[in-house]
Design a protein around this ligand. Structure first.
Ligand SMILES: Nc1nc2c(ncn2[C@@H]2O[C@H](COP(=O)(O)OP(=O)(O)OP(=O)(O)O)[C@@H](O)[C@H]2O)c(=O)[nH]1
Ligand SMILES: [Mg+2]
Length: 451
């Protein structure tokens, strides 16, 4: 464990307590991993006056993720660049933005109304609880609007002498973001919402009393359900931290994600849209950086990869000069990061390795880039050379399913506007080819079925 050293206070964020990254709410000089089994009390005494956990479903961009670049940076809080970069984070705190990609709610539909056996009266049906897709909705808005996160349905009216058919309970609807899956606490998927206006019945109202049930009404369905949001974007960015994913998103679209020279600047997905002159739009999702061991929840873990499951194309963003998390961690060359990203995707979900993919070799403006680009291209473009290279790596790194890139593009997201524009067209082309191939395959399979 590398010890956390703070000047003021910090907050720790963890999803399963096996590991966490430290967030600072004050003037912080260094950071590190906290592993499972850390003596929190000891840590508390040694390091900070305040100590607080943020629930796993929240990733607050208001907290500035501490920017430790190594053990040697303790006491660097006076460093001008670092101090400057922290300033906006503190400013953001006042209008804290919290990203929710999963939310648990309690739902209880209305019960049916009682029947009237003497007169054959039928009780009204209980009202359902229904989630409706809305393009403007977010899980955060649901939290704000329904702070108890409880949705209770309306009961059906009982049958009466003067009204033999009880009035049904009115359904209760609430808006959810497009891309949400509704899953029960037992893991049963009730449905998915992929379009604005699409509906999923989260809890069914109880049947009213009638001859079929001896005039005895049934209670409404009740359960805890999770609204699990998977962003729907055309292109998903994957890459190690600091590779320039957010810089590229900013260059390609009008999005303005936070960009900084420390790992894990992005702590929640950012969405941007490329707008073409013919009004076509392609959406892009920039995700927090992955590192080796992400499958074991190292760094930000795999949890954000669910957002690339529905994308049409994966865009690998790689720093051609390699990546090193801190001096304690090994430096990984660009080729190693490509292999490691491939492996992490495979460990998350093997199907992801079959997706169309584009490889962006970023930071080509820096000295020594040309030789590195040539080496990467020569290795990836020749399967036997690539296989030979992978044999030199540790077995744990090497994926079973090696990804093929539709295009390999060297560019500078920060400085090379021409290449960024070319990339826009390449993304469009790869998506179109991919869609054509999919249509062709589905037409062929339909033809085979009809035959
Ligand atoms: N020289 C150079 N620097 C770049 C380029 N692209 C990004 N950078 C710098 O690299 C650093 C990291 O950029 P980000 O865009 O924040 O990287 P990221 O991949 O989003 O990082 P995480 O959010 O931590 O995963 C910043 O200091 C950028 O200014 C580039 O093309 N050339
Ligand atoms: Mg980023």
């Amino acid at each position: 464990m590398r010890f956390v050293h703070t000047l003021q206070s910090f907050r720790a964020v963890t999803s399963d307590a096996s590991q966490c990254w430290c967030y600072c709410s004050g003037n912080v000089s260094s950071t590190g991993f906290l592993k499972y089994g850390t003596n929190w009390r000891q840590l508390f005494h040694k390091s900070a006056r305040k100590f607080q956990f943020i629930p796993s479903c929240q990733y607050s961009s208001s907290s500035s993720l501490m920017k430790g670049t190594g053990s040697g940076d303790e006491g660097n809080s006076q460093d001008g660049a670092q101090a400057e970069e922290r300033k906006p984070a503190r400013k953001e705190k006042s209008n804290s933005t919290v990203f929710y990609d999963s939310l648990r709610i309690f739902t209880k539909a209305g019960s049916g109304g009682q029947g009237l056996p003497k007169k054959g009266g039928i009780g009204g049906r209980g009202g359902d609880i229904i989630a409706v897709g809305h393009k403007e909705a977010t899980l955060k808005k649901i939290c704000e609007k329904y702070s108890s996160r409880r949705f209770l349905g309306n009961h059906g009216a009982d049958a009466k002498f003067f009204c033999l058919y009880g009035e049904p309970g009115k359904p209760v609807t609430f808006p959810v973001p497009v891309g949400v899956s509704v899953v029960t606490e037992f893991g049963h998927k009730l449905g998915e919402i992929n379009k604005h206006g699409e509906k999923v019945v989260v809890a069914k109202g109880g049947v009213g009393g009638s001859p079929a049930n001896g005039y005895s009404a049934e209670p409404g369905q009740k359960h805890n359900v999770t609204l699990d949001l998977k962003l729907i974007a055309d292109v998903g960015f994957v890459g190690f931290p600091n590779a320039g994913k957010s810089t590229l998103l900013k260059a390609l679209s009008r999005a303005s994600p936070k960009i900084a020279s420390y790992p894990f600047t992005t702590v929640r997905p950012n969405i941007g849209v490329i707008e073409y002159p013919d009004y076509r739009q392609i959406s892009l999702a920039d995700l927090p950086g992955l590192i080796e061991g992400a499958h074991a929840n190292i760094g930000m873990g795999h949890k954000f990869l669910k957002h690339v499951e529905r994308t049409k194309v994966l865009l690998f963003v790689v720093d051609i000069h390699g990546f090193q998390l801190s001096p304690q961690f090994p430096k990984r060359s660009a080729l190693e990061t490509i292999v490691l990203l491939n492996r992490e995707l495979e460990l998350y979900k093997e199907e992801l390795t079959e997706k169309a993919a584009i490889l962006v070799l970023n930071k080509s403006d820096l000295p020594g880039s040309y030789e590195k680009i040539c080496l990467i291209k020569d290795t990836l473009n020749d399967q036997s050379v690539y296989e030979k290279y992978m044999r030199t790596l540790s077995e744990d790194f090497v994926p079973d399913q090696v990804m093929n890139f539709d295009k390999i593009i060297p560019l500078s997201a920060a400085k090379d506007e021409i290449s960024v524009n070319q990339l826009k067209h390449i993304i469009r082309k790869v998506i179109d080819i991919n869609e054509d191939n999919e249509t062709e395959t589905s037409l062929k399979s339909t033809a085979v079925l009809h035959h």
